[in-house]
Design a protein. Sequence first.
Length: 369
Amino acid sequence: MNLEQEVEQNRQSIRSDGYQMSIGEVANLYRDGEIIIRPEFQRLFRWSIEQQSRLIESILLDIPLPTVFVAQREDGVWEVVDGLQRLSTILQFMGELKDAVTGELKGPTRLVRTKYLPSLENATFSEGANPFPSSLRISFKRARLDFRILLKESDEAVKYEVFDRLNSGGSPTSPQEVRTAQLLMANPRFYDWLDGLRKYNDYVDCVPLTERQLAEQYDLELVIRYLVFRNSSNAELRSFADVDTFLTDRSLEFAQNKSFAYGDREREFKDLFKVLSASGAEVFRRYNRPKKKASGAFSVSAFEAATLGVASHLAAWQDVAPERRASRLKVRVSELWNDSEFNKNSGAGVRATTRIPKMGSIGSRIFLP
């Protein structure tokens, strides 16, 4: 298939339309349940009051805003794919936004001063001591937003791809935050299950992450890394071109698989980290050879090798008396960091596409009980 044929084939999977809509019309659609902002997304993303105030300022000053992307469901309802922050900000300011959990209306926003409109300090849409005058409320509701609608004839995977493309370039959103939103679109139950795994005490004890890494959901990404690498074939691990795309594609496959073995995967995950917790955070730290102990920062290479290695001998590790596991793991961690193949494939400058296919076999060889 040549380039022109590839372009034509993939265009066929995307059907979209675009037009402008007033803020008042958007509020009516939301009130009638004809445009949906997923409540799970409301839990994930929050703008500060300063960011919200700047958006309202932009609307009042007629500063162009990015396009809002929605996906049309079979029943005709629009589901927001990109534009959550903007629509949530607008709806809450107007007193129209519903609470993600209770479904009750949230209290309307009280703005703060902005660069060009300092009089926005304590301003509200229609209530309080500093409400918008009637003329501004009318012009605000008449302001128009650009919408791009992914029609129901589009391939189901298109909305995930659109969300990824819109949130991956030049954005402060981490790859895992984008992936989380895609998983929520695909299957909220699967996300909740993953969220439970990352809160498992033995796992938390083993993964020493920084506040920034936790804020960017790196702990959740590590859960996905283990599940994806553990449940992918050698051919799949050797053939991917980008690790973030691979993690997203495979985790979406899991989320959409109605036969996914939640119980078996969860038992193995918890049994694995019960074994690894004997050494706590040391098992994934960089090893200090002169001091003969693990004392450095968290190492994703060690995480991959140790989790996949121990998992491949899990039953044998469970047979080791709990009081002896820590000393045996300490020896294996030392051997890992002294292993020439591991060091060759985990050093600075080694691409993930080179490292990841080798970590399972290295870990299996070293992490014998």
